[in-house]
Design a protein around this ligand. Structure first.
Ligand SMILES: [Zn+2]
Length: 249
């Protein structure tokens, strides 16, 4: 049994395929659970609703670093408004949250302010975090070190070996997705890895050029089996056990 620990199939704005077909395809491929990821307060609410309608789906409350416009009062209001759904029993993590300096026009101060607020929330709720960190690890580590979090995940880790080691040293896990099937990136040991798709993005080989689906975790598991030199069953056993333990699903 496999798990997709990070996808966006609940998001009607960015995901075009019919949910029932996508979930049927998921089960056909031996992927029995998935976690839909919130990227802002409204999207997180939609994730919550989607999870309440599908027994194989859990959700996260997140706020993507690129989606915050610096309105601190609105953020405060959003977090107060979220209180109701933050006690939902299918909520399994805070994220995706983090820092993203990849594209021009980002605002460091806004991103750091948002991240610190969200980390406080994760710490208070004792929930793991799904981190989105892109080209920003140097700023990230000192912030991370100020909080006491339960074991968490660097979603779609694709930075260098040094930052991988920094993460492992801090007890973090890495989320491996389709990127690994077509890009050269460093990888954590199998027992510090969980599988994800980030659907609709980062479609693995051999489906490049089509919309990604949670069922394609099977292809990522096949890639991992080859990379780690173990069977697909072993990849499934190890990564599923880790995901179930981290997210309590
Ligand atoms: Zn994502």
């Amino acid at each position: 049994m496999l798990i997709d620990t990070h996808c966006h199939i609940h998001d009607k704005g960015c995901y075009d395929l019919p949910p029932d077909e996508v979930l049927a395809h998921m089960h056909e491929n031996g992927v029995e659970k998935c976690i839909v990821i919130g990227t802002d307060p409204t999207d997180s609410k939609n994730a919550c609703l989607f999870a309440s309608e599908h027994s194989e789906v859990w959700w996260t409350y997140g706020y993507h670093p690129n989606d915050f416009d610096g309105d601190k009062i609105k953020l405060e209001k959003d977090l107060i408004a979220a209180k109701e759904i933050l006690h939902d029993k299918r909520l399994v993590a805070i994220g995706e949250i983090g820092l993203d300096y990849h594209f021009d026009g980002y605002n460091k101060d806004f991103q750091i302010y948002l991240l610190e607020n969200m980390l406080q929330l994760a710490q208070d709720l004792k929930l793991p975090v799904s981190f989105h960190i892109r080209d920003a690890f140097t700023d990230f580590w000192p912030i991370f070190d100020n909080f006491h979090l339960v074991p968490s995940v660097l979603h779609s880790f694709s930075d260098n070996e040094q930052h991988l080691q920094e993460g492992l040293k801090r007890g973090l896990y890495t989320g491996v997705n389709g990127l690994s099937t077509f890009a050269q990136i460093p990888h954590a040991p199998l027992d510090r890895t969980i599988l994800e798709t980030d659907a609709p993005f980062l479609t693995p080989k051999p489906f490049r050029g089509t919309i990604n689906k949670p069922g394609y975790v099977k292809n990522i598991a096949e890639w991992a089996a080859e990379y780690y030199g173990v069977t697909v069953a072993e990849v499934a056993r190890v990564t599923t056990a880790t995901a179930e333990q981290l997210f309590k699903i």
